[in-house]
Design a protein around this ligand. Structure first.
Ligand code: GRF
Length: 192
């Protein structure tokens, strides 16, 4: 599931297609009809769905549509690859411990509501940290709070701006996400 650019989605698609990752992206869901992630899905022949509070305005409707769509395509794992909304209780219940999020900092620090994109990296710089990183965690009902599965450090360099840091972290995200999904697929890393 993705809300925007979808570069992490692309990393999963490419690694799966290349056989580096024993996985298949069966469906892409976005809350944003204009998300480049949906275009990436289309270009790779992967079904894409726009599901949002606009398409499903009633209480619980979106959550149900999401859970049903994921199940209809036989999804076994769900990756929030830059998905900016909370996941509803029904979807969480249908995929217990199997919804992952990738966050561009070392959680539990520098996460939570409103901590996304440039803001995360600016906060790391403002705090004077010499090390930041990438976190992959199980999703629960709160932003960036679920059980941490894996973290990878990325150095903060002297003279870094939020933009230069974001690029270095993103580059690592793509590698680390594929690597971590591979460890989950092989059973080396288990859901808690
Ligand atoms: C990534 O930095 C990810 O960690 C965060 O949102 C960003 C998504 O980037 N959750 P992209 O859409 O995968 O390019």
């Amino acid at each position: 599931m993705a809300s925007g650019r979808g570069s992490n989605l692309q990393a999963i698609i490419d690694a799966s297609a290349a056989g580096v990752l024993d996985a298949e992206v069966v469906v892409v869901i976005s809350n944003n009809r204009e998300a480049y992630a949906l275009q990436r899905a289309a270009e790779s022949g992967i079904p894409g769905h726009h599901l949002s509070n606009r398409t499903h305005p009633g209480p619980g409707e979106l959550d149900l549509a999401m859970a049903d769509t994921l199940q209809a395509y036989g999804a076994e794992w769900v990756v929030l690859a830059g998905y900016m909304k909370k996941v509803g209780p029904l979807t969480l219940e249908r995929f217990p411990g199997r919804i992952l999020n990738i966050h561009p900092a070392l959680l539990p620090e520098f996460g939570g509501e409103g901590m996304y994109g440039r803001r995360v990296h600016q906060a790391v710089l403002d705090a004077g940290r010499k090390v930041t990183g990438v976190t992959i965690h199980i999703v629960d009902a709160e932003y960036d709070r679920g059980t941490i599965l894996a973290r990878r450090e990325v150095p903060v360099l002297q003279g870094d701006s939020a933009e230069s840091l974001a690029l270095r972290v993103l580059d690592e995200e793509h590698r680390f996400l594929v690597e971590t999904l591979g460890r989950l697929a092989s059973g080396e890393l288990g859901p808690p």
